[in-house]
Design a protein around this ligand. Sequence first.
Ligand code: OXD
Ligand code: MN
Length: 591
Amino acid sequence: MSTPLERWVEEQADLMKPDNIYWCDGSEEEAYRLIEKGITHEKINNDQVFFELNHKNWPNSYLHRSHPTDVARTEHLTYVCHPDKETAGPNNNWMDSKEAKEKLSKLSKGCMKGRTMYVLPYMMGHPDSPYSKACIQLTDVSYVAISMRIMTRMGKHIIDKIGSSEDFVKGIHSVGDFNPDRRFIMHFPDEHLVWSIGSGYGGNALLGKKCFSLRIASWLGLKEGWLAEHMIIVGIESPEGDITYIAVAMPSACGKTNLAMLESSLPGYRMWTLGDDIAWINIGEDGRLYAINPERGFFGVAPGTSMKTNPNMIRTLKAGGFFPTLFTNTALDTDTNEPWWEGMDGVQPNSLLDWQGKRFDSSGGEKAAHPNSRFTVSITQCPTLSKEFDNPKGVPISAIIFGGRRAKLTPLVYESFSWQHGVFNAARMGSETTAAAAHAVGQLRRDPMAMLPFCGYNMADYFRHWLNVGKRCANPPKIFFVNWFKTDDSGNFIWPGFRENIRVLKWVIERLNTNNMRAKETPIGFTPDFQDLEVSGLNISKEDLMKLLSVDPSEWTSELSEVKKFFEQFGRRLPMEIWNEFESLKKRLKI
Ligand code: OXD
Ligand code: MN
């Protein structure tokens, strides 16, 4: 008698017609066997799936090159198929489920012919956690199988856990023919199903990540009273040895990974890493918020990562261990067989292949590594891994920080007056776009809670959910905002960023832990007075510092009209509290 899981796998195989079906057991032996096959036999884009790198300097590391049109998330091809368009909201593409499934079935007919279907059993979250979820993904490329093994808790015991239950998260993935016209990433939230075809790129293909742990999980969170967020989770240890846990949301490629394992420039402060991308946040019995990281790996942006910007990531990548490490679309130093990207330590090697495997010639101003080239590496290799990482209950969150990339307007750091005010500020967040998704880079877009591409339902309902979570917490975290990216009149960043960001976090935890840390009240929230931010040893003038911390009401007129336009698209569904906060801000700014 077959189980619902076996029947579901058979049904998909009948549609997609793979040559073989292979159930992954998640073992180390299996991972290296599949990599070997990806080097010697399996082809993708007429090329081998993996290239072995220099294991002396980059232990257990392999390079993968993706299809040239398949290098970032494709938000315009991503759909959330609720029964009605209103539930998906103006923040999502929507298609009727029946129509979506017909389209996908047509595209999937025979799409795995000549290929192996890998069945990946995995868990998002620690298996002992009541918040974790058992999942199955099907895929037709070993790169995705290996990546999922690094990013999640994968193993055949998950199949036993599912047993004869129908309750498992389903993911169907095929790279299809990579044609962007036949590429779709579709979500069916009520069925806990993601169906993705035509892309092998991380956010489109590793279905446990953005697709399940954010888009579908955010919907489950709404139904069940918790939050799935695009946040890092870290513990900040003070010189006294106290650890304060915080969660930080920022849009893609704005420095979350660097912040998650920051090496402090201030003596006595240490950062402990729990996650660099996703947080599932529940209300604990004590009325505090508790966060877990459902993932077990980093899928980080390579360019710009160096011993200067993120030494702990370089150490993680070079640590080696039980898991392989993958590099995707980086350049290759052909003399040493090492991965290379812009912003790496040292001088540019003489002989490089670019991210597409062609001999690199920098005369045209091109980059050798793709700007969104990535590494996939196990969190277990991270030297700053928190001892609480495997705590199934999660860690209590004392502050939530939201951040964006704004050249003007937003000060380095400010604190909201209340939970409701913080939700309003997060709902109106704007950030200049980056290369993590396929769109023009550097344009301002509203990205509430850094969740615009990831909230699996109408964001008006999401804002209401946030307001309700705060009301249900006896002791909600304080909400702060940061902007590392403010520029001076010549367009240079004023704040040095990276390891110096600990100075901002120090102010944040002092505001939480001691009632006597002063702050200046501005129309948008509390900012540090310039003398309250620890800047000793920094080369920053008092004028620049004041510019960095100041709020200039004259810059806010156009901002408010943009925010109003953004909120109006949600119509009557937008909570009244958000409009009330909008009006109060207007009054405080005297606009
Ligand atoms: C990511 C992203 O890959 O946000 O984390 O795009
Ligand atoms: Mn992300």
